[in-house]
Design a binder for this molecule. Structure first.
Ligand SMILES: C[S@@+](CC[C@H](N)C(=O)[O-])C[C@H]1O[C@@H](n2cnc3c(N)ncnc32)[C@H](O)[C@@H]1O
Length: 318
């Protein structure tokens, strides 16, 4: 098994807590509807941060979580205990869930599937442990969805290196694109997707943009040494890319380049029968012509939604 790229340092564990706070209303709780006494399972639960967020809105749920890293589960246990949350936390593999068939009403993954070599095996396990009529919410990503304007070759270089880093670690940086079709292949029905996108442009008072840049800064810069070490990439070029992106302290202290935009599209699928919500990032090209390009599967399905702006010819992304 390839090394998990984020690692399990205490700083990384705290980052997961902060990350869940950041995405709480923007993403994690958005459109989330659950029966008050539902049994929910967070697969790849990490330090329990997402379960903690969900419990703020749905305190009566029965919470379960699994992660294959003992240090994550130890942290999660302590963290959820502090929140006075009764939970069934297990150390184990997402491919072999230690629960019986038809156990849960709701299952979720948050930024798990980008790290695994075979998403289908996990989706099948989710199907097995969900009750008929149960739902799943997959919150995953696409690392090409983050784009800047004006474009810059060093930013493209950095982004490509980031994607390669996930790939050499047996993950999939584009996993979000594939999940709708994969859920249907696994037998899930009524899979739906709702796109939400973030599109920020620079002005000195844009706190949303500042918040997003600061949030991404907490982990993205840590990837540069790994790009150098594992891929032999040019660290200086990648650092330049982050400066352009506005992540370096120096640039941040001055100001972000103007015009500066960071669009991010989040797609959420919903369905009624056994599968529900999938949300993930999708690539957006042409920032000023702001819209979402859907993956081939969704284009074929004829499900194309325009976030804003005007229509351009679009190509399937994979
Ligand atoms: C990026 S973290 C996300 C954690 C959590 N979902 C969150 O959003 O805070 C990914 C987690 O997946 C776990 N993980 C990766 N592969 C796994 C597997 N095959 N089975 C169980 N957990 C896994 C890692 O240990 C890590 O804690």
């Amino acid at each position: 098994m390839a090394e998990y790229i984020h690692g399990y340092d205490p700083e990384e564990q705290q980052r997961l807590v902060d990350q869940a706070q950041y995405w709480c209303d923007r993403l994690l709780l958005k459109n989330l509807e659950l029966e008050p006494d539902a049994k929910i399972l967070d697969i790849g639960c990490g330090v329990g941060a997402v379960l903690g967020i969900i419990s703020q809105k749905f305190p009566q749920l029965h919470f379960a979580g699994i992660d294959h890293q003992p240090r994550q589960i130890a942290y999660a246990q302590q963290y959820l205990d502090q929140l006075a949350l009764d939970s069934d936390l297990r150390e184990g593999d997402a491919y072999v869930l230690p629960w019986g068939e038809n156990t849960f009403d709701f299952a979720l993954t948050v930024w798990l599937l980008e790290h695994v070599p075979d998403t289908a095996g996990i989706v099948q396990e989710i199907w097995r442990v969900l009750k008929p009529g149960g739902k799943v919410c997959l919150t995953e990503t696409d690392y090409q969805s983050l784009v800047i304007y004006p474009p810059h070759p060093d930013f493209d270089y950095f982004q490509q290196a980031l994607c390669e880093l996930f790939s050499v670690a047996d993950g999939n940086p584009y996993v979000g694109r594939s999940m709708g079709a994969e859920l249907e292949r696994a037998g899930f029905s009524e899979v739906q997707n709702t796109a939400t996108s973030f599109h920020h442009w620079y002005n000195p008072h844009n706190q949303e943009l500042r918040g997003l840049v600061n949030h991404l800064d907490t982990w993205i810069k840590l990837m540069i040494p790994l790009m150098v070490e594992k891929l032999g990439k040019d660290g200086d070029r990648s650092t330049t890319a982050l400066n352009i992106f506005g992540l370096s302290p120096m640039i941040r202290a001055v100001r972000l380049p103007s015009p500066f935009t960071v669009p991010l599209a989040l797609n959420r699928f919903t369905s009624k029968s056994r599968v529900a919500l999938v949300q993930f990032t999708e690539p957006i090209h042409e920032i000023l012509r702001f819209w979402v390009i859907w993956s081939k599967d969704f284009l074929l399905d004829g499900i194309m939604k325009l976030s804003a702006g005007w229509l351009l010819p679009c190509e399937p992304c994979v």
